[in-house]
Design a protein around this ligand. Structure first.
Ligand SMILES: C[S@@+](CC[C@H](N)C(=O)[O-])C[C@H]1O[C@@H](n2cnc3c(N)ncnc32)[C@H](O)[C@@H]1O
Length: 265
């Protein structure tokens, strides 16, 4: 398959989604402008005090998380394929007076744009599913981490990606080990299902073994791996909410996982 075309299709869709997301209740720009923090408890607890640390945020969308880390004292660089997202991230950075650098590129090409290594590389909720192959992704992370630096990711669990969310009730439709791209066309977006925008996108499912092995093969040493039933996002209809965290009523499978890895010296 033509990967350049697939990335372009995704970029065009993310460009269309960005303004809708910015105006959505989901991303709540007013709350963000006030609190200057869009981060959830998992990533805040995992990374702790980031003061003075250089932090690379992969697939940063329009920068809310990047600016949250910067507001906590990190020296932040965000990268994203969507030029509309990056323009908005730069504008938010200026408007909120939270300095951060933003670069528009395919995440797989990040090492071509940044030469200095980072203390922390961070990626979160809804990122790796846009990448066909995780080996180049893991190699880029390894290349851009300082010796002893930390890579941290918190992501939706591969089980959650086995569902087709375009059905009225999400249905388990895709194999856990699916290698081929999943192509979808739909109207609306997760941040505003009622928005009248057309979305077309290519996504790829990645098993836990593929994710973990790619990081190991790239030379990273995994220090923490955790799976969680509670998600800060309502992934499925009818979930039970407590203190801003959502769980499945039957809690049959995990919804999120976290990985923390170090670049060994
Ligand atoms: C669900 S959003 C990520 C949100 C994330 N939780 C955050 O930190 O804000 C996914 C992002 O990945 C970006 N993206 C998709 N494919 C990409 C690629 N190949 N390279 C870089 N960014 C990409 C999209 O433009 C979008 O902003």
């Amino acid at each position: 398959m033509d990967m350049d075309k697939a990335f372009q299709v995704n970029k065009d869709s993310w460009n269309r989604k960005t303004q809708v997301h910015y105006e959505s209740d989901f991303y709540d720009k007013f709350a963000f402008a006030k609190a200057k923090n869009s981060l959830n408890s998992y990533e805040q607890e995992a990374l702790g005090d980031v003061t003075g640390k250089s932090l690379l945020h992969l697939q940063c969308h329009f920068g809310q998380d990047s600016l949250s880390w910067a507001n906590k004292g990190a020296v932040v660089t965000g990268v994203d394929i969507s030029d509309t997202s990056i323009e908005l991230a730069r504008k938010l950075s200026a408007d909120l007076e939270i300095p951060a650098q933003f670069i528009c590129c395919n995440v797989l090409d990040t090492a071509q744009f940044l030469k200095r290594p980072f203390d922390i590389i961070y990626t979160s909720y809804g990122s790796i599913g846009w990448l066909p192959d995780l080996m180049p992704w893991a190699q880029m992370i390894s290349k851009l981490l300082k010796p002893g630096g930390t890579f941290y990711m918190v992501e939706f669990h591969p089980i959650a990606w086995m569902f087709d969310y375009n059905k009225e009730t999400p249905a388990m439709s895709y194999a856990y080990h699916k290698k081929e791209a999943i192509y979808e066309e739909y109207e609306g977006t997760y941040a505003d299902p009622t928005a009248s925008i057309q979305v077309a996108e290519y996504g790829w499912n990645h098993s836990l073994s593929e994710i973990i092995q790619s990081l190991i093969d790239a030379g990273l040493s995994i220090h923490k791996f955790a799976e969680h039933d509670a998600s800060p996002y309502q992934i499925f209809p009818g979930m039970t909410e407590e203190d801003g965290m959502y769980v499945l009523k039957n809690q049959l499978y995990p919804l999120l996982f976290e990985i923390e890895a170090k670049k060994v010296i």
